[in-house]
Design a protein around this ligand. Structure first.
Ligand SMILES: NC(=O)c1ccc[n+]([C@@H]2O[C@H](COP(=O)([O-])OP(=O)(O)OC[C@H]3O[C@@H](n4cnc5c(N)ncnc54)[C@H](OP(=O)(O)O)[C@@H]3O)[C@@H](O)[C@H]2O)c1
Length: 377
């Protein structure tokens, strides 16, 4: 699924009246393959949404590894240049096109866009919209849409873990890795996480045992930690990590790899491995997971987003936000991710999202003052 920066078409049926009408939108574009320096801002006219589509004013958008891999072309199906990265958005419906029935102006929504999320407004089909509780923080909501969805579905729909199971998380300090640890802690799993030493603190934070994947005795160390083997290995790195993970599984264990295979050739090699392992490794299963593979039946996606937003609203899960950048600093955010110094997630916030954050802070301060006055009386 891809979103398009709020585009051309018929006049809107209605628009939100509470905000000053904007006439332009800002979109971040990579004009060629390469590093973060290829990203720049473009100002475009803001147009009315087409039939069945809505315009969303973006509050927050995650910065994630697929944005980087797509920009370099390190993915089986790289986007054509120029392209706007941005795998997901959270925002408010700003205007609706003819025939839209599911949402109205002012509704808080999210979407898995694939590309196009680095913008302060985006046009999306109403079918793509995920309802978001107004109480949740938009930067945290932005992390739920992609990274927590991948983590939740690999754990519960593919690996089908149960409380007390042991899991090994490969890539535990990353955006999806920390989501796996957070959801694994909530599900009562026993967890080991592979991460660089300087990021062990985030792995421990979720109650998992951190292990440095650079150790020469890595396999022995993991075997020592789980002598009977792991019930499940969740792999976000691919390549030799898959062979290591398979060797560490117990009988009837499952390895789920959600890592990008890097190229079309890598995808073919992975699919070949899938066939061989599942035919020959008696009692061990290898599966691959991709959000796009689940689009044929969208019901589970929407059920899982609803579950995750409910967990977030109840404070049962706690996304790790390493840093928040302004949309105009998208290149800096990408450079930080590429530098390998991030634990958890990076998020972009638009000027509209910044305004919303300040409003929340004011409301919070006002409620604190009220509570204090109440307790003094
Ligand atoms: N299947 C899907 O639908 C889907 C959706 C989104 C993303 N993905 C893919 O999932 C993967 C992870 O994405 P992400 O956003 O979580 O990335 P991320 O936040 O950048 O995290 C990647 C992590 O991998 C770790 N790492 C690197 N080399 C490693 C190795 N040899 N062994 C163990 N860990 C290693 C890094 O850990 P340290 O820094 O601790 O070294 C880093 O924390 C990417 O390939 C991405 O394309 C798939």
């Amino acid at each position: 699924m891809t979103g398009s920066a709020a585009g051309s078409g018929a006049p809107p049926a209605s628009t939100a009246s509470s905000t000053a009408p904007a006439t332009t939108l800002t979109v971040i574009v990579a004009d060629r393959r390469g590093g973060p320096e290829t990203l720049h801002a473009e100002i475009r006219p803001l147009r009315a949404p087409r039939e069945k589509r809505v315009r969303v004013r973006v509050l927050a958008a995650p910065v994630c590894l697929p944005d980087v891999q797509s920009r370099y072309g390190r993915t089986p199906f790289p986007p054509r240049m120029p392209f706007t990265p941005g795998y997901a958005v959270v925002g408010d419906v700003d205007a609706v096109g003819r025939g839209v029935t599911r949402v109205g102006p002012g509704d808080r929504v999210a979407a898995l866009t694939g590309t196009g999320g680095y913008a302060d407004a985006i046009e999306l089909h109403e079918r793509a919209l995920i309802p978001v509780p107004a109480t949740v923080e938009p930067t945290e909501a932005a992390v739920i849409v992609l990274n927590y969805l991948v983590a939740y579905q690999t754990l519960h729909r593919v690996a089908r873990v149960a409380a007390g199971d042991s899991i090994l998380v490969v890539g535990a300090s990353g955006g999806i890795g920390t989501a796996l640890l957070d959801l694994g802690r909530y599900a009562g799993l026993r967890m080991v996480g592979l991460a660089s030493p300087r990021k062990h603190v985030v792995v421990e934070h979720f109650g998992a045992a951190p292990v440095d994947y650079h150790r020469p005795d890595l396999r022995d160390r993991l075997h020592w930690l789980e002598p009977n083997g792991f019930h499940a290995v969740l792999d976000g790195v691919g390549g030799t990590s898959i062979d290591l993970g398979l060797a560490l599984l117990r009988r009837n264990g499952i390895l789920v790899s959600y890592a990008n295979p890097g190229s079309f050739r890598g995808l073919v090699a992975l699919l070949a491995k899938l066939v061989v392992v599942n035919l020959l490794s008696k009692g061990k299963a290898l599966k691959v997971y991709g959000t796009t593979a689940t689009f044929a039946n969208r019901r589970p996606l929407f059920d899982d987003w609803a579950t995750l937003f409910d967990l977030l609203a109840r404070g049962a899960i706690h996304p790790v936000i390493h840093d928040v950048f302004a949309l105009s600093d998208a290149a800096e955010a990408n450079a930080m991710l590429e530098a390998g110094v991030v634990s958890g997630n990076l998020v972009l916030r638009t000027p509209y999202g910044e305004k919303e954050r300040r409003q929340r802070e004011r409301e919070h301060d006002a409620s604190q003052v009220k509570a204090r006055e109440g307790s003094v009386r």
